[in-house]
Each structure stands twice: as structure tokens, then as C-alpha cells.
Design a protein around this ligand. Structure first.
Ligand SMILES: NC(=O)c1ccc[n+]([C@@H]2O[C@H](COP(=O)([O-])OP(=O)(O)OC[C@H]3O[C@@H](n4cnc5c(N)ncnc54)[C@H](OP(=O)(O)O)[C@@H]3O)[C@@H](O)[C@H]2O)c1
Length: 254
């Protein structure tokens, strides 16, 4: 095994990824399995989870467990954790990735139901899952938790305020959890800038008359596989002295 391979090695680790069926989560699931991990792919649409898990297994030879869960529903998260530990006996890395950022025209269009569902998915679910898995990681003597946040939490646009606030809460939660689970379990934020996933389909890019990403240093949006380097860094022992931090993969926001 080469030096870099060893540094990022995840052989026989177990990586649980919410929202692992599509977009950035799917990329991270494949990447973890390519580095030797067994993975749990959890999202609401079981067919998508099953398909993604089958593709991961075929491509990597590692085990991939599909699991249907709504991360915004607190009472469904115990089942996810129980099923994961029943199948694999441990979780080495938890990636709280499932998220959504519904756009709206004006603030009064945001209903209480929509506000609650944004907070439930982007903040409340990750808190509960981190609590459940983090305690087990502490007992096992190792672990890494990655919370996928957004540069919107630092520079909130007018059309994503509840989402930005939830992700800002996630940033704060990361620091608190890093202390709660120290020194055994590391907890970090992986902060994404704009990536061309299903989320970006709502951005109406075709109508833009100028480069909508011109304000970024790299002047473009990210391709989903470009999340992988930072994710593997945080998931593996390559980041053994990194906790409570924010790692940005954002094309260089101003
Ligand atoms: N793409 C971007 O530009 C961008 C920028 C900044 C931050 N992020 C963050 O990156 C993360 C991944 O985003 P993405 O772009 O990959 O999104 P995506 O392509 O829309 O994929 C979202 C994933 O989350 C799952 N999901 C959605 N709601 C869920 C729920 N209630 N319970 C469980 N799973 C759920 C989806 O599967 P199901 O539909 O089957 O549930 C899917 O697997 C999110 O946290 C997002 O906020 C993305």
C-alpha cells in the first residue's frame, strides 16, 4: 500500500451516510467503499438506496446496506442506528449529509411546516443521530462524525434564510459535539459551496445572463466528485489532529 493510500485507508471501517443515495452523499459512499469501508446508505426512497447500494457493492466488493429513513423524524433514527449495529457491529464514521434547501419568493411564503421541516432535517436529525452514534463511538474508543453544512450558513442569501440558519446551527453543533465526545471521537463540519447536484436544478441556471458563479475564486460550481477529497480527509486518520473545525469545499467564496 502506498503512503497516500495508507493515510486515507478505511479498510473494514463502517461509514454511515445519510442522503447516500444521490448527489454528494452518493459520491462519498462510493469513495468510502473504494477506500475499503462497508457503507450504510440511508434516505427516504428505499428503491434509490437499494440501487445505490447494489452499485457500490458491484463496483467495490464492499458491503453496502440500504436503509429507508426520514432524517427529520427523530423517532426513526433509533431504528437506523440499531439496524446498522446489528449488521456491522460498529460505526467508524457518521456523515450527516442529508439536507434540503427549498427556495421561496418571499418570506411570508415560508410556512411554519416548511420552516420546521428544514430545521428538522438539517439540524435536529443530525443532532439526534450524532448523540446516538457518538456515544457508541465513545464506548468503542474511536470515531469521526462529519456534518455537511453550506457556505450559505456564512453568507445567507435572501431566499435560503431558514436553511442558512439551520446550517449555522449545525456549524455550532459541530464545535459543541467535538467537545462533548473529546478526546475519543472527532467531529467536523464539511462546508460545501455550490455543487451541481439535484439541489442545483432549482437554481434556474439556464436563465442566467452572466456567470452565476463568477463571484467564486474558481468561477464555477463544483462537480459532485469534488467533495470526495475533503470527505475522505475527515473520515480517515489523515485528519487525526482535526476536530471541531470547518473544512470548506466551496470554490473560494469571497
Ligand atoms: N449541492 C449544493 O450546492 C450544496 C451546497 C451546500 C451544501 N449542500 C449540502 O450537501 C448535502 C447534500 O446535498 P446534495 O446537493 O447532494 O443534495 P441532493 O442531490 O438533493 O441529495 C440529497 C440526499 O438526501 C436525501 N434526503 C433528502 N431529504 C431527506 C430526508 N428527509 N431524510 C433522509 N434523506 C433525505 C435524498 O434522498 P431521498 O430523496 O431518497 O430522501 C438524497 O440522497 C446537503 O446537506 C446540502 O444541504 C449542498
Amino acid at each position: 500500500m502506498g503512503y497516500a493510500e495508507q493515510l486515507f485507508d478505511l479498510t473494514d471501517r463502517v461509514v454511515l451516510i445519510t442522503g447516500g443515495s444521490r448527489g454528494l452523499g452518493r459520491e462519498m459512499a462510493f469513495a468510502a467503499a473504494r477506500c475499503g469501508a462497508d457503507v450504510v446508505i440511508a434516505s427516504r426512497n428505499m428503491d434509490n438506496c437499494v440501487a445505490a447500494a447494489a452499485e457500490v457493492e458491484a463496483a467495490t466488493g464492499r458491503s453496502a446496506m440500504p436503509y429507508q429513513v426520514h432524517v427529520g423524524r427523530w423517532d426513526q433514527l433509533d431504528g437506523l442506528v440499531e439496524a446498522t449495529y446489528a449488521r456491522f457491529g460498529k460505526v467508524d464514521t457518521l456523515i450527516n449529509n442529508a439536507g434540503m434547501s427549498p427556495l421561496y419568493d418571499k418570506l411570508t411564503d415560508v410556512t411554519e411546516k416548511l420552516f420546521d421541516s428544514v430545521v428538522n432535517l438539517n439540524l435536529k436529525g443530525p443532532f439526534r443521530l450524532s448523540a446516538l452514534v457518538g456515544e457508541k463511538m465513545m464506548a468503542a474508543g474511536r470515531g469521526s462524525i462529519i456534518n455537511v453544512s453550506s457556505t450559505g450558513s456564512l453568507r445567507p442569501g435572501a431566499d435560503i434564510i431558514p436553511y442558512a440558519a439551520a446550517k449555522a446551527g449545525l456549524n455550532a453543533m459541530t464545535e459543541g459535539l467535538a467537545r462533548a465526545f473529546a478526546p475519543t471521537v472527532r467531529v467536523n463540519t464539511l462546508m460545501a459551496g455550490p455543487f451541481l447536484t439535484d439541489i442545483s436544478k432549482a437554481w434556474n441556471l439556464e436563465a442566467a445572463t452572466h456567470n452565476p458563479f463568477g463571484h467564486l475564486a474558481l468561477q464555477r460550481a463544483g462537480d459532485p466528485p469534488e467533495i470526495v477529497g475533503a470527505a475522505l480527509f475527515l473520515a480517515s486518520d489523515a485528519s487525526s489532529f482535526t476536530t471541531g473545525s470547518i473544512v470548506r469545499a466551496d470554490g473560494g467564496i469571497p
